[in-house]
Design a binder for this molecule. Structure first.
Ligand code: FE2
Length: 215
């Protein structure tokens, strides 16, 4: 490894560590009882590092840049995502061949893991990351074994949690909790959305089951 590569690798680790510690602070300072269940998972995260590199996907340019004004941890995490978005490894779970999500979502979403089974911070207990969804995309009804938190960093989302439940509007700063195996879906409106997500329980890279295939 050249000196330049070594410097890049250590810089990337520092960036991810800063994001992870901000996530941890949010969880530990939260009074939300569902969020508090995720505290223990952080004990195991931060030591084992795997350099996954970086990869940019087009949707990340849709993130709306806002000026922080309240000094909240939500704004701090959003600022880190905006500042370092080109240093993260953005990926997608689904492909067109899977036939479970539409073209708008395929070209309009991406997530970057911060911790999980495959790193960059290795954990078999806690999956954390940030996701970006473009305006007017729908993530159809699906479920998985892990319990999940979505924490909105920017934008607003109409969320359905539970089969046959209404879609409710959730705004920046709001927290959405999804129990293990509960069907959930969401859709964005006129602006892009950035969310911090947490998973724990079950296979942390499990591919979700969808209610139906799209035609
Ligand atoms: Fe989910």
């Amino acid at each position: 490894m050249t000196m330049q590569e070594t410097n890049r690798a250590s810089e990337f680790r520092e960036i991810h560590a800063e994001i992870l510690s901000t996530m941890e602070r949010m969880v530990f300072e939260s009074e939300n009882l569902h969020v508090q269940k995720f505290k223990d998972g952080f004990q195991d995260v931060g030591d084992r590092w795997c350099d996954v590199g970086c990869r940019v996907l087009p949707v990340i340019s849709s993130i709306v840049e806002t000026k922080p004004d309240s000094g909240s941890q939500v704004e701090r995490l959003l600022s880190l995502v905006i500042n370092y978005r080109e240093c993260l490894f953005w990926e997608q779970t689904y492909t067109k061949a899977d036939g479970v999500v539409g073209d708008a979502l395929l070209s309009g979403y991406a997530f970057a893991e911060i911790s999980g089974q495959q790193g960059p911070f290795i954990s078999n207990q806690l999956r954390t990351g940030v996701g970006v969804w473009a305006p007017h995309v729908e993530y159809p009804l699906h479920w998985h074994d892990a319990e999940e938190i979505y924490w909105i960093l920017s934008g607003s989302v109409r969320f359905q949690v539970g089969r046959d439940r209404p879609k409710l509007l959730k705004n920046t700063g709001e927290i959405i909790y999804i129990s293990s195996s509960v069907p959930h879906s969401f859709e964005t409106s006129d602006e892009s959305v950035v969310m911090f997500y947490l998973w724990q329980g079950g296979d942390l890279r499990q591919v979700s089951t969808f209610e139906k295939k799209i035609s």
